[in-house]
Design a protein around this ligand. Structure first.
Ligand code: NAD
Ligand code: AHE
Ligand code: ZN
Length: 375
């Protein structure tokens, strides 16, 4: 059966740096191997603000942003077997086809199947399912969750038990999974190891949570915003440092002193390349590993003395925490339902879709961990 176009509300980014405009969008039915989702809730991640700012080299306009969403499958295209109408789902900006070189490597969660079209803001067949004011509107990160209905590839969605409410499940679509996975899956933080987390927004606090889960020793939260100290301690950080308040000492020197030689693992959750350097240099000689999670603007580059690597420090990074969404998200949902993964605690603000621009403001103001938007 051929589905119908649905007209609903979406927050459209017409141009870089402008507020989103909530207006009617026409959402075409899913084609073969595509899924149309009614989004119930979406988080607003720093990456949405980054692309809206115009600093993302892949960011093109007009576009429906949003990549941290959960809802219910409305309809599926031909050949879709992994989900069915009525399933509760989380959208995946890191798809998992289980067939490509990346998926089969056993070395990465990155999937290559649709990355090229995803980066261009179109579906795998090269076209868009969104239209507004008579114009085609681009997709974002293969998910576009700032729309009441969205269409995604069938490899970009995972069904989860409806026991987890969609206002919680959405946060597993990016922020929480990214930080938690970076600690547990990518770094594989060991018991007793000393950890420093630069930037304790949703992603950084999730790294803290992963470090606690793996029984790290010192967990040092580093943030320029003193308001984040209480949050970091609530999630299990043992120390807090505001790097702007160190007199005559760099943050890396300070951390090396605190940890008697440097951290075993550090994480950048800021997207600031100066912070990335400090995080690498705060690592222990011989084995310390620094994980880049933050996304930096076009033109930004990282640097350090190669001696830092020659003497055993390791620089790496990950997307979505290194987590394979279709395989591993149901397990994280179970962890949440069994009381072994904090999710509720991340929701500090809520807004309706009509006030989505307020959610962006709140994130910049800094007293907010995550604002969840009710669609
Ligand atoms: P956020 O805005 O909620 O948190 C960022 C935190 O960093 C804030 O608490 C802020 O005060 C702090 N900060 C800013 N500059 C700092 C500095 N110089 N030193 C120390 N702290 C500083 O952002 P978020 O949603 O948690 O995302 C964090 C970063 O991770 C962003 O760059 C985002 O784009 C990126 N991200 C990457 C992935 C991935 O898969 N790699 C996934 C999600 C988010
Ligand atoms: N288009 C951006 C890339 C931004 C980026 O690195 N995105 C992360 C996810 S951030 C989620 O909040 C990611 O998944 N990266 C892997 C990939 O394939 O994009 C730029 O700067 O060019
Ligand atoms: Zn994100």
């Amino acid at each position: 059966t051929v589905g119908k176009t649905i007209t609903c509300k979406a927050a459209i980014a017409w141009a870089a740096g402008e507020p989103l405009s909530v207006e009617d969008v026409e959402v075409a039915p899913p084609k073969a191997h595509e899924v149309r989702i009614q989004i119930h809730h979406t988080g607003v991640c720093h990456t949405d603000a980054y692309t809206l700012s115009g600093k993302d080299p892949e960011g093109a306009f007009p576009i429906v942003l949003g990549h941290e969403g959960a809802g219910i499958v409305e309809s599926v295209g031909e050949g879709v077997t992994s989900v069915k109408p009525g399933d509760y789902v989380i959208a995946l900006y890191t798809p998992e086809c289980r067939e490509c070189k990346f998926c089969k490597s056993g070395k990465t969660n990155l999937c290559g199947k649709i990355r090229a079209t995803q980066g261009k803001g179109v579906m795998p067949d090269g076209t868009s399912r969104f239209k507004a004011r008579g114009k085609d509107i681009l997709h974002f990160m293969g998910t576009s969750t700032f729309s009441q209905y969205t269409v995604v590839a069938d490899i970009s969605v995972v069904a989860v038990t409806p026991k987890i409410a969609t206002d919680r499940a959405c946060l597993l679509g990016c922020g929480i999974t990214t930080g938690y996975g970076a600690a547990v899956e990518t770094a594989k933080v060991e018991e007793g190891s000393n950890v420093a987390v630069f930037g304790v927004g949703c992603v950084g606090l999730s790294v803290v949570q992963g470090a606690v889960k793996n029984k790290a020793g010192m967990i040092i939260a580093v943030d320029v915003n003193d308001g984040k100290e209480a949050w970091a301690r609530k999630f299990g950080a043992t120390h807090f440092v505001n790097p702007t308040k160190l007199q005559g000492k760099t943050i890396q020197e300070h951390l090396i002193e605190m940890t008697d030689g440097g951290c075993d693992y550090t994480f950048d959750c800021t997207g600031n390349v100066g912070v990335m350097r400090a995080a690498l240099e705060a690592c222990h000689k011989g084995w310390g590993e620094s994980i880049v999670i933050g996304v930096a603007a076009a033109g930004q580059e990282i640097s350090t003395r190669p001696f830092q690597l020659v003497t055993g420090r390791v620089w790496k990074g990950c997307a979505f925490g290194g987590i394979k969404g279709r395989t591993q998200l149901p397990g994280l949902v179970d962890d949440y339902l069994n009381g072994n993964l904090k999710v509720d605690e991340f929701i500090t603000h809520r807004e309706p879709l009509t006030a989505i621009n307020t959610a962006f403001e709140q994130m910049k103001a800094g007293d907010c961990v995550r604002c969840v938007v009710d669609m």
